[in-house]
Design a protein around this ligand. Sequence first.
Ligand SMILES: [Zn+2]
Length: 199
Amino acid sequence: MRLPVRQYGDPILRAKGKRIEKLDDRIRELAQNMIETMHAANGVGLAAQQIGEPLQLTVLDVSQVEDRPSTMRLNGKDVDPKTAMPLILLNPQLTLSRETSIGTEGCLSFPEITGEIERSESVMARGETLEGELIEVEATGLLARALQHEVDHLNGILFIDRMSSAAKASWASRLKRMQKETQRSHGRDARSLAGQSAL
Ligand SMILES: [Zn+2]
């Protein structure tokens, strides 16, 4: 099932995700729905906060992107990132390389906004699979960037926080408008919910 993607201005995007201690059907279903939602939106990653759940859960899929390559090692072995997608990670922790590069990023919670963001060139992600196995993912290229973007989400950090102040200033009016629109539609949701509970 596709889920609505929370937009900038929704306070849940600033929530730090809770560690997932128990793997149950709810988490498995959530992960499947997140993959479906990410694919439907042509995204390369989605964090649980973006569908309204403050949990340490993210899904990624870089297999459809041709012009921005990635490399991947899974538990110490080279793998073709295309065959290893979609990647589901619970409770991920990142170790970042010191070398950085600047690249363009967008975010499903910020339609129409892109930014040049400095990130580490390679990362090591340690996390758990939906089967409860511990895995180590070493990545470079787009996958390394996407992992950093998603793990930021899990900690309530958004890509606009990592833009240069000049870039952020250039988006200021659009960001303000987005925030207002999101809050207005929340007001509508709250009113319709109040109406339902009155019945
Ligand atoms: Zn994002």
